[in-house]
Ligand binder design. Structure first.
Ligand code: S3P
Length: 430
């Protein structure tokens, strides 16, 4: 296994970063471009491993996709003229690719088989295949289509009126993609609002979608008009440097082009409550996705309570927020976050076990964790467990440990943030 030694003893972080493209929006840009007939262009695309898997899936379905760095040109024959893939659609580590593709393929005219890596093989798929089957989709898979490999025989679909049992943008988006091909109007009801990039991008591609009060309404059979997508930076990637800037003494970090979609900015709210010293300058833009510059300076931090509707707005940031809480005074409580148990790894166990190896005081609970701070952290051997966000949490932890930290399995960080270590070095003036 790959490993690296991180020896960053409390050096302040200073400088400016352009945050890499948003992972969720990059996936969706390729998906809409692959469904729409004609040419779609994308700028600011994230060339992380997960999003590259999505590109490969659409190539196998007959779209021509060329990439020059973070620019894409997608020429698609349109979903109605896709070819049947000659190989399995391999989704790697990407839950977003796997779940959203299920929804897209259900209403296509092709037969396909989806499979991913070992982590994907253990992630729950029934939450998607269940409602898709209710719509009439022909889907088979391991343990009653709970786990990959899963095969989909695309065909006609009926609309659905669906109340979401979990707050999940992946489930919602899979149902929305299937609803685009259904014969009638579908309704999706969310108790807690999850990220709404799919709904926003539908409008970019000329579709009408009703949203408000947690109810989404979509008429099937609408034409898509190919468009240009300018992907903002990923707040979930920026989160690691926001946390680092807040907790490493004498830091001053400027993060440009941070996506500020309100369904994603829960961490900003938490940082404010913790007493972090930062400013947010929204950029002028006529785009459907807000973006701006966040400037973070280090300060004394205090504990917070996190739960309820905030959880879907910061679900991917909880590992790094937990690290931040180890440096804050008081007891931080995270609750209602049981979804963390079915992410790339069980992130409740991973965060508590890995950070406790450094001397943190974290007690895992069924749906979250209790963190007592501040604690002094010392170097140790940590394992990313193949989970990019656990890997980055560990790397950021090394900025506040006494003594070097050895990180096993840092390679997975390229799943969402290939430039992570380069950006870290650049903020340390190296
Ligand atoms: C994502 C939704 C979230 C998030 C994941 C990306 C998306 O997952 O954790 O990293 O792009 O829709 P869930 O929908 O399972 O909550």
């Amino acid at each position: 296994m790959d490993k690296m030694t991180l020896n960053y003893p409390h050096v302040p972080l200073r400088g400016t970063l352009d945050v890499p493209g948003d992972k969720s929006i990059s996936h969706r840009a390729v998906m809409f471009g692959g469904i729409a007939k004609g040419r779609t262009t994308v700028s600011g695309f994230l060339p992380g491993e997960d999003c590259l898997r999505t590109i490969e899936c659409f190539r196998l379905l007959g779209a021509e996709i060329s990439r020059d760095g973070t620019d894409l040109v997608i020429d698609s024959p349109g979903i109605g003229s896709w070819k049947e893939p000659e190989d399995i659609l391999y989704t790697g580590n990407s839950g977003t690719t796997t779940r959203l593709m299920l929804g897209i393929l259900a209403g296509s005219g092709v037969h396909s088989v989806l499979a991913g890596d070992e982590s994907i093989a253990h992630r729950p798929m029934k939450r998607v295949t269940g409602p898709l089957r209710q719509m009439g989709a022909d889907i088979r898979g391991r343990e009653g289509a709970q786990y990959t490999p899963i095969s989909v025989l695309g065909g006609p679909l009926q609309p659905i009126d669906y109340e979401m049992p979990v707050a999940s943008a992946q489930v919602k988006s899979a149902i929305l993609f299937a609803s685009m091909r259904a014969d009638g109007t579908s309704v999706i009801r969310e108790k807690e609002v999850s990220r709404d990039h799919t709904e926003r991008m539908m409008r970019n591609f000329g579709m009408e979608v009703g949203t408000g009060n947690g109810v989404i309404t979509l008429r099937g059979g609408q034409d898509l008009v190919p468009a240009h997508v300018d992907v903002p930076g990923d707040i979930s990637s920026a989160a690691f440097f926001l946390a680092a800037g807040a907790m490493v003494a004498d830091s001053d970090v400027v993060l440009r082009n941070v996506g500020l979609n309100p369904t994603r900015t829960g961490m900003i709210d938490v940082l404010e409550e913790m007493g972090a010293d930062f400013t947010v300058d929204e950029a002028d833009s006529d785009d459907s996705e807000l973006r701006g510059t966040v400037t973070m300076r280090s300060s004394a931090l205090k504990a917070v309570e996190i739960g309820g509707e905030l959880i879907p707005r910061l679900i991917d940031e909880i590992p790094v927020i937990a690290l931040l809480a180890t440096q804050a005074s008081g007891t931080t409580v995270v609750r209602d976050a049981e979804e963390l148990r079915v992410k790339e790894t069980d992130r409740i166990a991973a965060v508590a076990e890995e950070l406790n190896k450094l001397g943190a005081d974290i007690t895992p609970t069924e749906d979250g964790m209790i963190i007592n701070g501040p604690t002094k952290l010392s170097g140790a051997v940590l394992d990313s467990r193949g989970d990019h966000r656990i890997g980055m949490m560990a790397a950021v932890a090394s900025l506040v440990t006494d003594g070097p930290l050895e990180l096993q399995g840092p390679g997975c960080i390229a799943i969402s943030y290939p430039e992570f270590f380069g950006h870290l070095e650049s903020l340390r003036g190296e």
